[in-house]
Design a protein around this ligand. Structure first.
Ligand code: SF4
Length: 402
């Protein structure tokens, strides 16, 4: 049965809740759902129902394609002036001896390490410290571009930029323009957490607020830069806070069209001030991906971070609205492992990522940061030697391929 027939089948179910049926009709007709309908999806939508709707949208947009990229991270520091309650990664300034703070040369050493590797993107994010200011990052961007002009720099979030621009006495627009001229190409989606003040003030009270976060993205979009958006879910927020978060993003996307991907980030509870909060189940992870795909009708991509949720859940997510799995990483990020992810040394070869995608019946496409196709892996056969490195075994796939 194809994705459309599955929705039609749902609509014939006389026992399906009337509200959920109305949402299924809207999805089939390509109509936007309302705030209240978004909350209803979370409250009443069972996993199977949500999967049918989300997968229909996913396959209508992308068919069977599943995107990934070859990237590495630089985390310039884990010392931070802020004190987010959910953060397992940072060390307060007073405990800075326990952390690390790189200079531009150390960051360039990491860039140079990949000189002969076919990576396309460096992803930079970390804590906020006074000496990593406007000129610190601008000089790194310039050096990186001078060294390797076609390495896409996806760097820093509004949390860092808000602090840096304020210190430099620049408006958000002026600051983003300066960064773009120095070599910044796009912005990752971090620091969004939960926008609603009822929650934000409890978990991340001292960093930029929702309006500031959204405004910095808006200014980047005005400068023709693309960006992503995240949401930290599964802690003390309620369903209406998640929909409020997505609604604010949907509204900005209507205005600018500058977001590429939405990335739900699961709250992990290791070694942070919210360790008393239990983590949500894999079922809730999948429901959340699905509702995100249904609600954010103007976002092209929903992405899962395998380093945060694990490889198996990342594979499952491809049936619940996700069309993009974040990259090869090469064990260059500590944010997820320090928060308690099962992936303590996150690194996948291209072949492993391709196999991960293929073995749930999807079609792997290597993309660059702007979703231009680099390699279609549909018929690529790996060398036998490389195959030994793959962790996955061929499994029968139920359902048809597009
Ligand atoms: S989440 Fe980011 S801003 Fe908050 S304490 Fe951690 S590193 Fe700092």
């Amino acid at each position: 049965m194809d994705a459309e027939s599955k929705i039609k089948f749902l609509l014939e179910n006389e026992r399906l809740d009337a509200g959920l049926k109305a949402i299924a009709s809207k999805v089939l007709e390509g109509e936007r759902i309302s705030f209240d309908e978004g909350v209803l999806l979370f409250e009443k939508g069972e996993l199977g129902y949500l999967g049918v709707l989300a997968n229909y949208i996913r396959e209508k947009r992308h068919g069977n394609y599943t995107y990934f990229n070859r990237n590495f991270h630089i985390e310039p520091t884990n010392v931070c002036v802020y004190d987010c309650k959910f953060c397992s990664y940072s060390r307060l300034i007073k405990n800075r001896d326990e952390g690390w703070e790189m200079d531009v040369d150390a960051m360039m050493d990491i860039v140079r390490k990949y000189d002969n590797e076919p990576v396309t993107e460096v992803h930079i994010t970390g804590g906020v410290v006074p000496k990593q200011d406007l000129e610190f990052y601008a000089s790194f961007f310039r050096e990186s571009k001078a060294h390797r002009p076609n390495l896409h720099i996806k760097a820093l979030t509004p949390v860092e930029y808000y602090y840096i621009f304020k210190k430099a006495k620049l408006s958000h627009y002026e600051g983003m323009k300066y960064m773009k001229e120095a070599g910044l190409d796009s912005m990752p989606g971090g620091g969004a957490e939960i926008f609603h003040p009822e929650i934000r003030e409890q978990i991340a009270a001292d960093k930029c607020n929702a309006e500031q976060w959204l405004d910095i993205h808006e200014q980047a979009h005005k400068l023709d830069m693309r960006s992503n958006a995240t949401m930290l879910y599964g802690h003390i927020e309620k369903y209406h806070h998640r929909i409020d978060h997505m609604e604010r993003l949907r509204q900005l996307q209507d205005k600018t069209g500058g977001f590429q991907a939405f990335i739900p980030l699961k709250f992990r509870n290791k070694d942070n001030q919210m360790s008393y909060v239990p983590e949500v189940s894999v079922i809730e992870d999948l429901r959340n991906y699905a509702v995100s795909r249904i609600y954010l009708d103007n976002f092209d991509h929903i992405k899962s971070y395998w380093a945060m949720i694990g490889r198996d859940t990342a594979q499952l997510s491809l049936s619940f609205g996700v069309d993009d799995i974040d990259g090869t990483l090469d064990d260059t990020t500590k944010i997820y492992s320090m928060a308690g992810s099962e992936e303590q040394t996150p690194k996948m070869s291209t072949q492993q990522l391709v196999e991960l995608i293929r073995h749930v019946g999807r079609h792997p496409i290597e993309r660059n940061t702007l979703y231009e196709v680099i390699t279609d892996y549909k018929d690529v056969v790996f060398e036998e030697e490389d195959e030994k490195k793959a962790r996955y075994y061929p499994l029968p796939v139920i359902g048809e391929k597009i």
